[in-house]
Design a protein around this ligand. Structure first.
Ligand SMILES: [Zn+2]
Length: 130
């Protein structure tokens, strides 16, 4: 699922939830096909990544309330997070990237190879005088 597909799905579910007065929060009215029939591996990504499914439901609820998940640099970095501006700037400079689901994982651990890549990217940025 690309980020564009994901965002479209969030907004479509938010629109339908509003239209039909549904509650998208976890244990609410949004169900996976697998949760209804009990066995089907559908939607596969969410069945295999239950935390992403809960995050999806929360994002649908956020969009329903008039919030916006689009335009955020990373889904899991709140605007009021103490490091949000620096994370945004590091992303804009090309020093860091998120995972394939648009998350940064701000409290995750950095590996030695990731540290090496960031240092070289920073060196390139400084060398180019950006
Ligand atoms: Zn299905």
């Amino acid at each position: 699922m690309t980020e564009a597909t994901y965002n479209t799905l969030v907004h479509r579910c938010a629109d339908l939830s509003k239209e039909w007065d549904l509650d998208p929060k976890p244990l609410g009215d949004l169900w996976l096909h697998q949760e209804v029939v009990g066995w089907k591996d559908c939607h596969r990504w969410f069945v295999q990544n239950p935390l992403s499914w809960h995050k999806f439901q929360e994002e649908v609820f956020e969009v329903m309330k008039g919030g916006n998940i689009l335009g955020k640099v990373f889904r899991d970095v709140a605007d009021d997070r103490w490091s949000a501006k620096d994370i945004e700037k590091a992303k804009a400079l090309g020093l860091i990237a998120g995972d394939s689901n648009g998350n940064f994982n701000p409290t995750g651990q950095l590996t030695r190879e990731q540290a090496a890549v960031i240092m070289v990217r920073l060196y390139e940025v400084i060398k180019e005088g950006k």
